[in-house]
Design a binder for this molecule. Structure first.
Ligand code: UDP
Ligand code: MG
Length: 319
């Protein structure tokens, strides 16, 4: 098998507005490297024309390959499938919407040639995204960093280059609720960053509404930390200690003075507060238990309808 040097993984979900331009830009950048490469598009259950467009490209362009999912499995799963099928010595993940400038791949390759095994792109600035998206993203990265033991770089998305060694390790990780950038940190190796300014989406709209961002955030935290589980222990200890002190105070009032404490309102608010705490903690436990349940089912991560542009007997898939 003659190995290609670079694999570029492009997950796409309803990206017909940008995909042709993405293909052109990537093509230009990758042919500029002078080495062999493949453009591996993963169609994550798009309902628009983008898989058809790529299928056409794959027909006459040998470097284009398409993995067509049977339905939408999510961005993280799509890039996982890309890594499963990629053949390159170095594997690059990039968004389809050109928010990650393909030209940065040259810088990544330069670092890889220096001997780094993971080169991730760190966002110095985000252009044209809403205030809400920027601040929630910033909060998310810092929260994640504070709650986990492994070193997950802040302001870093999935735009990165990985050496074959890293990809082989990634393929051994079976988990369903995947947070790929955390897993890449987890496998280790020599990692470095290149910096860039994140542009606006070329066209179309974000495929990460708030609900999906919250899911990604929870996946990130629960996959790499059990600190939230310990929270209930600490809070419980704190609350029962203060409850005990308050009890002493009430007893003191009853025995040594004529005063008694009154107040429905205070009673109700304390009850609501503490019941809220309890439910919150149950919810946190639920997040973990749900993920344990997901893992025990042992279902495959994704289902592929068809692959295009790959030679027969050359369809690696999951290990
Ligand atoms: N994406 C995907 N499956 C999904 C959602 C998104 O493959 O279910 C792809 C999408 O086509 C894009 C990348 O993931 O290439 C990042 O999505 P998007 O640009 O919408 O996220 P944002 O940049 O707004 O965070
Ligand atoms: Mg985007």
């Amino acid at each position: 098998m003659n190995r290609v040097t670079y694999s570029v993984i492009v997950p796409m979900y309803n990206e017909e507005a940008v995909i042709e331009e993405t293909y052109r830009r990537l093509k230009k950048v990758m042919s500029g490297t002078g080495a062999s490469y493949e453009l591996l598009f993963v169609n994550d259950g798009s309902r628009d024309r983008c898989p058809a467009i790529i299928r056409d490209y794959a027909y006459w362009d040998d470097t284009v390959k398409l993995i067509d999912f049977s339905r939408n499995f999510g961005h993280q799963i799509a890039i996982t499938a890309g890594m499963d099928y990629a053949e390159g010595e170095a594997v690059i993940i990039i968004d389809a919407d050109l928010q990650d400038p393909p030209e940065l791949i040259y810088d990544m390759i330069a670092k890889w040639r220096e001997g780094y095994e993971v080169v991730y792109a760190q966002r110095m600035k985000r252009n044209g995204e809403t205030w809400f998206k920027k601040s929630s993203a910033s909060l998310f990265y810092r929260l994640l960093r504070a709650s986990t033991e492994i070193d997950i770089p802040v302001d870093t998305g999935d735009f990165r280059l990985m050496d074959r060694k890293v990809v082989e390790e990634m393929k051994k990780l079976p988990e369903n609720n995947r947070f790929v950038r955390g897993l890449v940190s987890w496998v280790g190796f020599r990692q470095t960053s290149v910096e860039y300014e994140r542009d606006e989406r070329l066209a179309g709209e974000t495929k990460y509404p708030l609900k999906r961002m919250i899911k990604l955030c929870l996946d990130g935290i629960t996959s790499f930390s059990i600190k939230p589980l310990k929270l209930s222990g600490y809070l419980g200890a704190l609350l029962s200690a203060s409850g005990f002190l308050y009890l002493l105070y009430v007893l003191y009032l009853a025995v040594f003075t004529d005063e008694t404490l009154r107040g429905w309102a205070s009673l109700v608010s304390v009850m609501l507060l503490f019941n809220g705490f309890i439910l919150l903690m149950l919810g946190i436990m639920g997040e973990y238990i749900g993920r344990i349940y997901d893992e025990t089912k042992g279902r495959p991560l994704y289902v592929v309808r068809e692959v295009y542009g790959m030679r027969d007997g050359d369809k690696p898939g999951r290990t």
